[in-house]
Every structure is written in C-alpha cells, then in structure tokens.
Design a protein around this ligand. Structure first.
Ligand code: RFL
Ligand code: PHB
Length: 388
C-alpha cells in the first residue's frame, strides 16, 4: 500500500498552502483534488488578501507574480445616503493595507510551486473516501487506489467529503442562513477608481471591486436563490450605478453569478487523525472578504503543529489546533457578520431596525475608535508566522 505522512483532500488555497508549508518543513504530503488543474486555476472567487496573507506568500517564496500583478489599497470607501466616505486603514493601523490579488492567481502560484518542486498533487480524483480516521493509520481510498497516511487534512470546502466522514454526534454545527445573496459580475472594464466601495442603500447592498487594471468586479444584494437570468447586463450595471452613486466603466461581462450567503462553523476542527481546515470547517459571509485569509490562518497553525510533532514527537500543538483556530474563526465570523448586518437591507427588518442600522453606520463614519476596529479587522488580525 502507498504511504504518505499527510493526506490532503482538496487543492484549494487551504490544501495547496498546507502542502507547500509542509514541504518547507520537510514533511511529505499528497493532495487529492476532484477537479482538473485548469478548473481550480480558473475558478473566480476571492479577491482580497489581508496584510498577513501577503506576508505569508512573500515569506514562503510565492511573492513574485503577486508583486507584479497585485494592487495595494490604503483603505475602502463606504457609501451611505448617497455620500461616500473614505476610511484610511494605513493611517489607522500604522501602515497596514489590503491587497487585491485574485484567488485563482494565488492558486496558480501555489500549484506551480508544488508541482515544480515535485510535489504530489493529483487532479481529477473522483470518489475519494476517508477510512479509519479514528485509528492509528487513516486511509484515503478511491476507485483504483489506497493511500495510508499518518494524518488526513480535509481542505475540501463546504461541500467536501471530509467533514461528512465525521460521525454527526462528534460535531457541533453552527449555522446562519440569509434571505439574501450577492449577484456578482466580472467585466472587461477598467475599474473606475482605485478603492473599493461598500454601499448601504435602501434598495440593498452593493460593492464595487476589481481584479486588475482591466477587470471590474461588482456585486448587488439580491434575493437568495435569484436567477441571474432575471438580471440582463444593462439592468445590473444601472442598479450598481444607482446603489453605489457613481458611474462605473462598463464592458463585456465575463461572468454573472449568484453567491449564496452563509455563516457556518463546525466544532471541533479535529476528529481522531482527521483535521479540518478552511471552508471545510467554517464559512463566513463574504462582506468582510475573509474566507481565503482564514483558510491560510488555519493551515499556518496546522503546519507548525505538524512540524513540532515530527521534529520533537510533541502532540501539544496538534491537540491545541482546534481551539487555537476557533478563537480566530469566531472573531472573524463576528466581524463578517457585523459588516454584513451593517450594510445589507434585511427584508424582515422593520423601521426600528433600519433606524438602528443607520445610526450604527453613522457612528462608524464619525468615530475614530469604530473606524479603527474596522481597519484592524479588515486588514487582518495578527497572524503569527514564526517558524513558517
Ligand atoms: P475551496 O476553495 O472551496 O477548495 C476546496 C477544494 O476541494 C475540492 N474538493 C474535493 N477534492 C477531492 N475530493 C472531494 N470529495 C472534494 N470536494 C471538494 C474542490 O474542488 C476545491 O478545489 O476551499 P478552501 O481551500 O478552504 O478555500 C476557501 C476559499 O476558497 C473561500 O473561503 C473564499 O473564496 C471566500 N471568499 C473570499 N475570501 C477572501 O479571503 N477574500 C475575499 O475577497 C473573498 N471573496 C469569497 C469571496 C467567496 C466567494 N464565493 C464565490 C463564495 C467572494 C465570493 C463571491
Ligand atoms: C471581491 O473582489 O470579490 C470581493 C471584495 C470584497 C469583499 C468580497 C469580495 O468583501
């Protein structure tokens, strides 16, 4: 039977970054990914990197393309009542900012690094199952193969197979569903300005973002389960302009799709010899731009704990993995929920709730302390990269 030290399910940002960090620590891993390499490298998802994620990529030799392609931002704009306000993160945090660099570019950099270093990343692996995760030698099994592992890490996203392999009685699941979602577009149109705009509007939330000097990314709040076909391109552009209070540059759409909003946490993030990381363990609503960053924070903790285990035979880091990660996960969940509730129009809310929401946003826009809280969280809570 084939063996590896760490079997990783899923080649998203979490799985590939973990494999990369383990290789740097001299630990063997095999990544099994259900989709093709071209699929994972083309999948349009996140766009914003926290300060700590940028450090992580640079420190581990993945900064070259990012340095050439990424856009550095000092802050964001918030639009309320038709007026735009700039929040300067760099000033509030003593020099931090955020970086626009598409998730699929990060995934390309990671896949190139792993495969270039002779890493074992296998694509189009359908039907992967986890066996004996409670025993001393868990296995990854698929039609035609078996891989014995010291540990398995489930990095296979919200719909993956890893979390589903844990007996339901061993997990506590926390869920929030939303009655609204985001309808997003990606268009061949130069961003009309440098900074992002988050808009609170009576018709619903809107967000102006970008992927590159040539690509605009933008979202409007819509009903959960909305059919994108109900939104012809012109109508979507008009609605964005109306809610954002600007005139975006328009261009051909490369993508138009609905992203469901969800908040979810599975506790604990370990069962026997299986660890969960990234979206497999938690989802935050996208308003704070946190999901990929949180996935990186998990695997930094796990890679360090595994290095300690293989170096000193010390399991303390592995035992503390879930608790260490969950402390950050809940803080990031709090922030993402706060941003979501601050800016979206909740159809279930009466006038009283809407007045409170308006007052909260006014307070944020007037208060240095509140803006600092926003800046600290948005640019990213401290990420310990010691030993990485
Ligand atoms: P992923 O990226 O979902 O990767 C999981 C991988 O596992 C594979 N897989 C399997 N492989 C083998 N066997 C199976 N049975 C498998 N089942 C699944 C999948 O094919 C896939 O390749 O999870 P990971 O690595 O944890 O990464 C999480 C991030 O992708 C996610 O949190 C972010 O995209 C969230 N997010 C954002 N995060 C940010 O940090 N900043 C942002 O600006 C940001 N914006 C966003 C976002 C997510 C969005 N959507 C589409 C949900 C904007 C949007 C619109
Ligand atoms: C994006 O560019 O896709 C994006 C930006 C900010 C967010 C969420 C998504 O809060």
């Amino acid at each position: 039977m084939k063996r590896t030290q760490i079997g990783i399910v899923g080649a998203g940002p979490a799985g590939l970054m973990l494999s990369h960090l383990l290789a740097r620590a001299g630990i063997d891993s095999t990544v099994l990914e259900r989709r093709s390499r071209s699929w994972i490298e083309a999948r349009v998802r996140a766009g914003l990197l926290e300060h700590g994620s940028v450090d992580l990529l640079e420190r581990t030799g993945l900064g070259t393309r990012m340095a050439a392609l990424a856009l550095r931002h000092r802050g964001i704009e918030i639009s309320s009542g038709g007026q735009r306000h700039h929040i300067d993160f760099t000033e509030m945090t003593g020099g931090r900012g955020v970086t626009v660099y598409a998730q699929h570019e990060v995934v390309k950099d990671l896949a190139t690094a792993r495969l270039g270093a002779g890493g074992d990343v296998r694509f189009e692996m359908e039907g992967v199952r986890l066996e004996d995760i409670e025993g001393p030698e868990p296995r990854l099994v698929w039609p035609g193969g078996t891989l014995a592992c010291d540990f398995i890490v489930g990095c296979d996203g919200y719909h993956g197979v890893s979390r589903a392999s844990i007996p339901p009685s061993a997990l506590t699941l926390f869920h929030r569903e939303f009655s609204y979602a985001w309808l997003g577009l990606l268009a061949e149109a130069p961003p009309f300005q440098d900074e992002l705009i988050y808009a609170r509007h009576e018709a619903g939330f809107a967000l102006f973002s970008m992927r590159s000097p040539a690509l605009t990314r933008a979202y409007v709040q819509c009903r959960a389960g909305e059919d994108p076909e109900n939104w012809p391109a012109e109508m979507l552009w008009d609605e964005l302009d109306r809610r954002l209070g600007v005139r975006l540059n328009r261009g051909p759409l490369l993508l138009k799709s609905v992203t469901p909003m969800r908040a979810f946490v599975a506790e604990p993030m370990r069962y026997g010899r299986l660890f969960l990381a990234g979206d497999a363990a938690h989802i935050v609503p996208p308003t704070g731009a946190k999901g990929m960053n949180l996935a990186f924070a998990d695997v930094v903790v796990l890679a360090r704990a595994l290095a300690r285990y293989y170096r000193d035979g010390d399991e303390a880091g592995l035992d503390a993995y879930s608790e260490t990660c969950l402390a950050r996960v809940w803080k990031v969940q709090r922030f993402s929920m706060w941003m979501t509730r601050l800016l979206h129009r909740d159809p279930a809310h009466d006038e009283f709730e809407q007045r409170l929401q308006g007052a909260e946003l006014d307070y944020v826009l007037d208060s240095h302390a509140a803006q600092r809280m926003l800046a600290e969280n948005y640019t990213g809570l401290p990420l310990d990269l010691e030993g990485v």
